[in-house]
Design a protein around this ligand. Structure first.
Ligand code: BJW
Length: 245
């Protein structure tokens, strides 16, 4: 068991596997999202430039599917860990489905964006809440239109080749620095460990002396970096591991 002591600073990195038991498809598993679509066709800025409607159809289907999903016991265990640790807990997720927030986590960094936010591809207006499905036509920015320009709206998602928010890295860095003075623990769950920079966070934490824990259905690409590996479904393993089941 991973004991949450009074001096524990726990950073958790999650991926699609944590939402799998909620019914949200993963990417690289058999039957996952990349089996039906090539990543280059739907999750790159070039794909959006080439065929924005195809990209919107992909994300509209994801919105529709994720909108009906609820947190599973893995999400709930992580929410309970935050209740116990307060500001000594930080959840860094690659997931865009908001299920960690729905479970009750508030100290959340959404590294790869959010499925239910839309932003303008052509102007810096802030991302806005949007649950609409765009299957027939690509939506356009009304603020740009008011200024006589035409710009497409796009999902607030980090695609391959796009930079992640610098503010996220500052928050992660500050947390790791704080934890390094006490008992720093890094726990990775439900990710293939194939996508950077997320997959490299374990190295940063380990360099600061963190204990490294892994929960995954199978050995991930960055699995060799971890001291403790609990193989299995996160909805079953996380509650047990964190002693909150
Ligand atoms: C279970 C389970 C259960 C199943 N319980 N487990 C260093 C080296 C090489 C390449 C790079 C590098 N640094 C950067 C790159 C390039 C690139 C990259 O990483 N490429 C690699 C693929 C080689 N990275 C980027 O481009 C990133 N940007 C960047 O680095 O910018 C630099 C820059 C700087 C300045 C200017 C410009 C640029 C951006 C990465 C964005 C990733 N985006 C995506 C899609 C968008 C989000 C969306 O549509 O939802 O994010 S890709 C996709 O992969 C998605 C996911 O968040 C991400 C990770 O997937 P995840 O979560 O690991 O899912 P799966 O399906 O792969 O794995 C699930 C796992 O769970 C499996 O292991 C299962 O076994 C397991 N599992 N059920 C427990 N019940």
């Amino acid at each position: 068991m991973l004991e949450l002591t009074d001096d524990t600073w726990l950073m958790v990195l999650t991926g699609a596997g944590v939402s799998a038991e909620s019914g949200v498809p993963t990417f690289r598993d058999a039957g996952g999202l990349w089996e039906g679509e090539r990543v280059e066709d739907v999750a790159t800025p070039e794909a959006f430039e080439r065929d924005p409607l195809r990209v919107w159809r992909f994300y509209s289907a994801r919105r529709e599917a994720a909108g009906g999903c609820a947190p599973n016991p893995g999400h709930l265990a992580l929410a309970e860990a935050e209740r116990r640790l307060g500001e000594r807990f930080l959840l860094v997720t690659q997931n865009v489905d908001r299920l960690h927030r729905a479970a009750g986590n508030e100290n959340v960094v959404e590294l790869h964006g959010q499925l239910f936010l839309t932003r303008c591809a052509g102007c810096p207006r802030p991302p806005f809440e949007d649950r609409a499905l765009y299957d027939e036509a690509v939506p356009e920015c009304d603020e740009c239109a008011a200024k006589g320009r035409r710009s497409y709206l796009r999902p607030h998602i980090v695609w391959f080749g796009e930079a992640l928010s610098e503010a996220h890295f500052q928050r992660i860095g500050a947390f790791l620095d704080g934890g390094a003075r006490q008992r720093l623990v890094f726990l990775q769950a439900g990710t293939s460990g194939a996508v950077y920079p997320a997959a490299g966070l374990v190295n940063e934490a380990a360099a600061l002396g963190a204990e490294t824990w892994l929960v995954n259905a199978e050995q991930p690409y960055n699995g060799s970096r971890f001291e403790h590996f609990h193989q299995g479904r996160s909805g079953e393993v996380l509650p047990r591991l964190l002693g909150v089941g």
